[in-house]
Design a protein around this ligand. Structure first.
Ligand SMILES: [Zn+2]
Length: 63
């Protein structure tokens, strides 16, 4: 970081500013139906509910 400007290549500088190395946990929300954590604005993977109604069929093969 604290190094003469020209010593850092454009590739190195731009890679540092890019998002390739930034890890971020996805935002999680609790499903209103089953309480499982899910991503907001996505159908719940546990019960298949979204916006108070069943949207997809969930096969509980491993349950
Ligand atoms: Zn759910």
């Amino acid at each position: 970081m604290a190094v003469p400007k020209r010593r850092v290549s454009k590739a190195r500088r731009d890679k540092r500013r890019s998002n390739v190395w930034k890890l971020e946990a996805p935002t999680l929300e609790k499903c209103t139906k089953c309480g499982a954590y899910k991503r907001p604005h996505r159908v719940c993977p546990e019960c298949g509910y979204y916006n108070g109604r069943q949207v997809i069929d969930v096969d509980k093969k491993d349950a």
